[in-house]
Design a protein around this ligand. Structure first.
Ligand SMILES: [Mg+2]
Length: 166
């Protein structure tokens, strides 16, 4: 098994619809926050993402935020997104993802992990037996270690024949 390989590669979370999930046998999602739902560091309201999350929940999809951001930042967004979750989740440790799946009340094979980082979201999600969905990062956070990780990510994805269209 290729632990760094995402099951799906998408441009933005709004591409995930109830039909997309049904086709993959998924009933719930663990969602990364920074650069997946909201640009890194942003506190700007994003009605599109909030509406997308509401629509999925209306369709019976269970959502849970699994973020490594500070508890304070995670709480700010949780109050707006209107679903449960945690900050300081401890990704990529598989235990964080297993706990998330338990919170959703679903077996791992029915849970999608949606995130923008190969070495955090995809690696940990795959180790926990989840269906991993890599989303193109919303913004460049400018941190040197992230820039290095992005370079490695491109190489890993290139090896699987994946390339972001730009
Ligand atoms: Mg992220």
């Amino acid at each position: 098994m290729n632990l760094l390989r995402p099951a799906d590669l998408i441009d933005h979370v709004q591409q995930i619809t109830p039909e997309f999930l049904a086709a993959r046998g998924l009933r719930g999602l663990l969602l990364d926050l920074d650069n997946t739902l909201i640009p890194y560091r942003s506190y700007q309201e994003n009605t599109e993402v909030v509406r997308w999350a509401h629509d999925l929940q209306d369709a019976g999809i269970r959502l849970y935020l699994l973020s490594n951001a500070t508890g304070k930042r995670a709480d700010f967004w949780l109050s707006r997104l209107a679903f449960a979750g945690v900050g300081m989740a401890g990704k990529p440790h598989p235990r964080a993802f297993q706990r998330g799946a338990r919170e959703l009340g679903l077996p791992p094979e029915q849970v999608g992990m949606v995130g923008d980082q190969v070495f955090t979201d995809v690696l940990g999600g795959n180790l926990a037996g989840l269906h991993t969905i890599l989303v193109r990062p919303l913004a460049d956070n400018g941190l040197p270690h992230t820039r290095a990780a992005r370079l490695l990510e491109r190489q890993v994805l290139g090896r699987y024949g994946h390339r972001w269209p730009h």
